[in-house]
Design a protein around this ligand. Structure first.
Ligand code: ZN
Ligand code: ZN
Length: 354
């Protein structure tokens, strides 16, 4: 393994099958195609999706895979056809790898890219490492403006575009709407922050964790529903004078929360699913068939990242509020422990610094 003059290894968080992971030495990635770039990671984070992977819910992730699909870094090497980026540029790594040329990319549906999509930390090695190879670098990285706060930039890899595209845009949030967001985790809170662009009359945050509801209130939720008493539907209907909500954003991914959306949606309303579902959910067409509602699903396309970046730089969006813990990459196992016990640790996003 040891080549002269150069350390061929790096530290990385490696998946070893359900319930098993380790921080270990892995070979540094090398360019494979002319469109690749190698990025030296400066900051990365852990996503709820990584916890799903560790539970064994995502069979496309095989043993030996480096996890992680979010982060920022510095361009270390570029393939011969990369034109938008140069060595030592600071970049945001998008969770979605986009070739930019296939039919789906041309339609702005990069999540379904024929040569990419969500592959980082899934079918190719990811960002919870000192270095990562990014395919289609020109269309999968974003430049970081000189004066930008790098921790805020990490929130642009995944959670802000996910909350905004899958929740707010698909939910068609409009001025004066009553919006319910079910799930006050990082994605639900990202939906809350970006829903506020559209001046909804009310944002009702629904969760079973009191400390997350407190944070939601600080971030602009106008009403809170703690679901632990089992009366969420009753409370939401009372808050909306029996009409229900115009937009219900599902940001959990279990049958109960999607059913809750169906129970509280107003006539003409939009149910926007964001959650990652591992099992089937009853669809109550016996009550909804005549109610003019729309149900949407989406995997983030990350096509709004440049727009969201501008709102962060302009101070209209402050995603650093979602960061609760900070670790060094070599403490990534402790970071997983904290993030995996989010309620006990009051954790939202954890930042890992290389
Ligand atoms: Zn993610
Ligand atoms: Zn494509």
């Amino acid at each position: 393994m040891n080549k002269p003059n150069i350390d061929p290894n790096m530290k990385a968080l490696v998946y070893h099958g359900p319930g098993s992971k380790s921080l270990q030495d892995m070979p540094k990635p090398a360019l494979q195609n002319a469109t690749d770039a190698i990025i030296r990671i400066t900051k990365t984070t852990i996503c709820g999706t990584d916890l799903h992977i560790l539970k064994g819910d995502v069979p496309s992730v095989t043993e030996g895979r480096i996890l992680g699909h979010e982060g920022t870094g510095v361009v270390e090497e570029i393939g011969s056809s990369v034109t938008r980026f140069h060595v030592s540029d600071r970049v945001i790594i998008s969770c979605i790898t986009a070739c930019g040329k296939c039919e789906f990319c041309r339609r702005g549906m990069c999540s379904q890219c024929e040569h990419g999509g969500w592959i980082l930390g899934n079918t190719i090695d990811g960002t919870q490492a000192e270095h990562v190879r990014i395919p289609w670098a020109d269309t999968s990285l974003h430049p970081i403006p000189a004066d930008a706060d790098e921790e805020a930039m990490v929130m642009l890899s995944d959670i802000l575009p996910t909350g905004y595209e899958c929740g707010v845009l698909n939910g068609c949030v409009k001025p004066g709407d009553t919006v319910a967001i079910i799930g006050a985790g990082p994605i639900g809170l990202a939906a809350l922050l970006t829903a506020r662009f559209y001046a909804p009359a009310d944002i009702i945050m629904i969760d079973q964790d009191e400390s997350r509801l407190d944070i939601a209130k600080k971030l602009g939720a106008t009403m809170l529903i703690d679901t632990r008493d089992g009366r969420a539907v009753e409370k939401a209907m009372a808050m909306t004078l029996g009409k229900g909500v115009d937009v219900a954003i599902e940001a959990v991914g279990v049958p109960e929360t999607f059913e809750l959306c169906q129970s509280i949606i107003a006539a003409g309303g939009h149910i926007a699913n964001v959650g990652v579902h591992g099992q089937s959910v009853p669809l109550h067409l016996e009550t909804l068939w005549s109610r003019n509602i729309t149900i949407t699903t989406r995997l983030v396309d990350a096509v709004t990242t440049p727009l969201l970046l501008k709102t962060v730089i302009a101070g209209k969006l402050e995603p650093k509020q979602l960061i609760t813990h900070r670790f060094a990459l070599h403490d990534v196992l402790a970071a997983y422990e904290t993030f995996g016990n989010a309620a006990r640790e009051r954790a939202l996003k954890v930042i890992l610094t290389c």
